[in-house]
Ligand binder design. Structure first.
Ligand code: FAD
Length: 475
């Protein structure tokens, strides 16, 4: 009995239930990953994310080979081509079982249903595992038997699930007999080289050993300060693990296990850094959970469906200014320039720039969602969609529409000395500290090569409240 393990957004060789199960139960095991250029293009994935993905894939191929499993990297156009390709592989190689980790996005679920049905016609069993989240999304319902729509009660039940099913390590079981696909079925591995963008290998390493070190460093040191420092972009107080979670180079339960070793079950309670961090990981699960139970989220729809009819503005010039970091609001501009230059943005800044786009410029949150996806190294449909819908007040557990961040006071609070800001806005280096977040108030502002505010804060806030208020009166 031969097994095929299909890798997707779970690019790791440990904490990987399909692989562990296949190796434990089959004499021959092989693995496959499909490069899907048209699908990636359709999703608008950022080149920097694809670069990380491909570098990780090559590392994984090596790591699996060292342990006796051959990872075959194949190219097809998009998801539609995968069922037939898998059928061909399974027939040719007499595969009896396909193993994979569930993905909860709608296109992915439809793809997997087609694969399962097609292979079942051939008598091939598809085994689906659930390593993507810390707690499976289909395991949690409220007292009425309905999915949660609000985070806090979801989180309380999520913690109870985790407490009952704490992660234990999955030791690697060596496999002796492996199978390699014939050349005829393989596209050259060289085809993946074109996705490599010469990204910062040091900043975003792809080898497992480097990731283990990154996790270790964070949990040994920074996590204890996480609750205090996580909101300050200049302090680098968060883990920087989201790019790895998004491609599955790291498993959420692997992180919970590492925390358990260090902090014991205390991490499940209290206000310490480990617990606060665990709560953030629960947000990642929550957005996947909501997407799983409310698939209209995957169709460019708002969670609160009436907002699909909301009349956003469509001024492309305002949007371009936001994208390029030319709004005249320093914290917004520094954040956007950082994103454009590095593919990364701190969580607090994501909230500030998203609020600014939706509530100051009244532009469609979908524009921002798409732009983020095209730039972020950690672009992840569920978290990005969830973050944008939250910011636009159209999502689950969303901020009420009248809660509008003041970008100036946010900047003053979270980057008081302008340390982050000046990294990206060198043109403001002559501005006295007290005016850094509103340089237009400095008497010599006209000498600066920096735009005045693109909209006036109070006026923008009042138009937004009025627009939302009128909309709600009518719906
Ligand atoms: P840490 O603070 O170390 O948190 C640990 C992990 O918890 C993160 O790696 C992430 O997986 C998860 N997490 C933390 N905060 C959130 C959150 N608010 N929502 C969901 N998961 C969270 N995150 C993405 O991974 N991909 C995205 O495309 C994405 N887009 C976003 C868009 C907007 C508008 C907003 C407001 C947030 C978005 N986030 C996204 C969530 C969050 O900003 C990032 O996960 C976080 O900044 C990653 O940094 P970190 O790994 O250092 O996080």
């Amino acid at each position: 009995m031969s097994a095929l393990v299909w890798f997707r957004s779970d690019l790791r060789g440990v904490w990987h239930s399909p692989l562990t199960y296949a190796v434990a139960n089959h004499q021959t095991v092989t693995a496959v990953f499909f490069i899907t250029p048209q699908q990636w293009q359709h999703y608008g994935l950022a080149p920097i994310k694809l670069d990380l993905l491909v570098r990780r894939l090559l590392q994984l191929k090596q790591e699996l080979a060292d342990k006796g499993v051959c990872l075959n990297i194949m190219q097809v156009a998009d998801f539609a081509a995968i069922p037939e390709k898998l059928k061909a592989i399974c027939t040719e190689q007499r595969i009896t079982h396909l193993y994979l980790n569930a993905e909860y996005e709608l296109d992915e679920r439809r793809r997997d249903q087609k694969v399962k049905a097609l292979l079942a016609e051939q008598g091939i069993v598809t085994g689906i595992f659930h390593d993507t989240c810390m707690v499976r999304p289909d395991q949690q319902l409220n007292k009425e038997g309905k999915p949660y729509k609000v985070f806090t009660p979801y989180f309380n039940q999520w913690l109870a699930h985790l407490r009952n099913d704490l992660p234990h390590s999955q030791p690697w079981q060596a496999v002796q007999l492996t199978l390699s696909l014939p050349e005829a079925l393989l596209d050259s591995d060289n085809s993946i080289q074109r996705y490599m963008q010469n990204a910062d290998e040091m900043g975003w390493p792809a080898a497992s050993s480097a990731l283990d070190e990154k996790i270790d460093d964070f949990l040994t040191d920074a996590v204890s300060r996480y609750a205090q420092s996580r909101d300050f972009p200049a302090q680098h107080g968060s883990s920087g693990l989201s790019p790895y979670l998004s491609i599955g180079a790291v498993a959420p339960r692997q992180l919970a296990h590492s925390m358990l070793i260090r902090f014991g079950e205390a991490m499940l309670d209290g206000s310490g850094g480990a617990h606060v961090w665990l709560r953030e990981l629960a947000w990642r699960d929550f957005y996947r959970y909501v997407m799983f139970h409310f698939p209209h989220l995957c169709m460019h729809r708002c969670f609160i469906e009436k907002y699909d009819a909301f009349n956003w503005c469509d001024d492309r010039n305002l949007f371009d200014a936001w994208c390029q970091g030319q709004t005249g609001y320093p914290i917004v501009d520094a954040a956007m320039r950082c994103l454009n230059a590095t593919g990364w943005m701190h969580n607090r800044l994501r909230m500030i720039v998203a609020s600014f786009l939706c509530k100051h410029l009244l532009l469609p949150w979908r524009w921002g969602e798409e732009y983020f996806m095209s730039r972020l190294i950690d672009g992840d449909f569920a978290s990005n969609n969830g973050g944008w819908q939250w910011s636009a007040s159209v999502g689950t557990d969303a901020a009420p529409y009248f809660r509008i961040f003041n970008p100036t006071t946010q900047g003053q609070r979270y980057d008081p000395d302008g340390e982050f800001l000046l990294q990206w806005l060198p043109e403001l280096k002559t501005v006295p500290k007290k005016h850094l977040h509103e340089p237009q108030k400095w008497q010599a502002a006209s000498s600066l090569n920096y735009p005045p505010p693109i909209v006036e804060h109070k006026q923008a806030v009042s138009s937004t409240k009025e627009r939302f208020g009128q909309f709600l009166d009518m719906h």
